[in-house]
Design a protein around this ligand. Sequence first.
Ligand SMILES: *Cc1c(COP(=O)(O)O)cnc(C)c1O
Length: 444
Amino acid sequence: MNEEQVKVDRYAKSRDAFAWAKEVMPGGVNSPVRAFKSVAGGGDEIVPVTVKSGKGAMVMDVDGNEYVDYVLSYGPLILGHAPEVVSAAMSKVMRSGWTFGMPTEVETQLAQLVTDVVPSVDVVRFVNSGTEAVMSAIRLARAATGRAKVIKCTGCYHGHSDSLLVQAGSGATTLGVPSSPGVPEAITQNTLLVPFNDLVALDAVLKEQGDEVACFVVEPIAGNMGCVPPQDDYLEVVRELCDRHGVLLIFDEVMTGFRVDLGCAQKLYGVMPDLTCMGKVIGGGLPCAAYGGREDLMRQVAPDGPMYQAGTLSGNPLAMAAGLATLEVLRDTDAYGVLETQTASLELGMKQAASDAGVSVYTTRVGSMFGMFFSDKPVYNYEDATACRVDEYAIFFQSMLHQGVMLAPSAYETWFTSTQHDESVINMTIDAAAVAFKKVAGAV
Ligand SMILES: *Cc1c(COP(=O)(O)O)cnc(C)c1O
């Protein structure tokens, strides 16, 4: 077989599985990025790999191929796939019932741990997804302030709820334009946009409309346009500006929470929001998320207060047990030290491999969140991120895939590592990248 045939045949079962999936689900997937559409331009005809199992740093597909996984379910799996402690905690629940619609002790245990370690969170409410967490926090901010408007950053993702599904406007502040049909303008008119890392724009919009703004919602480290850390004293000044205008500050830590530090990004940067949204790692890979914050605000949530929010499966024991087991490992071991060391060597190796091949990349990293942009220039916001050479990413992605490294199928996703991404796995990745970068260099 020649090289092309090898490639085609090694994904035969995934190809069949995806053809079937497409018949019964939109795009064959349950979340759009999984369809591999944005990396289709890398030269090969590729289909999404259908996964069979995962263990540690690796995932296995239905054809029997193995990959080092940097997707990690888009962030939750900080301990890698199927860690024993988490399976054991879940197995116990699976023998004794997994949802009751009545209080259980495990949800209080997780709530206690979360309020102990996240500095600004006094009281917490569990929900089922990050989308729900941010949607609810915004409702609470509006209830508490009696104001309607919300400011968000261009290119920050806060889930797919109507008022936050607002597209990038170029340049300075623009009125929110819905980024999907089905979202009425009447809703997004209350959503104002500013670029990330841009204090001048935030100051201007607050001066103009601050007394109508309920909250500024921001990812403390932007992770949904690639990984874009806050510059200098951005978060400190954001806090001051919000206080000046009586605007609540919401940190969307759905990605960063328990990922960059046990105390989340707020602890790392020493800036305290009024409300915090958490997700991903908090559920150890099960559907679970939360919002929490200052006691006086959280007591306005029903049934302590009038702001209504509920959920049939919220705080269900299976998710609580997985989250608790995960956070306990993070609390009781040197997980963050390990993640820091391993991801630092990944970053160093990737930069070296790119430079050896003569490909210019810009890398960013906070702990185990890693960003690599095909760009000659630094990336500080969405405009910078979208100016990158995405066609080169598609080539890079495909070459890595064929060599057994699973990256996110989009140039705008953060890479994640787990505690199981040890030296040998990182070195294997860097060796594959050396080949992939050469391929990119050869194609341009
Ligand atoms: C993933 C993510 C969300 C959405 O969470 P879902 O569980 O997918 O609804 C919201 N905000 C941020 C910052 C995220 O990374």
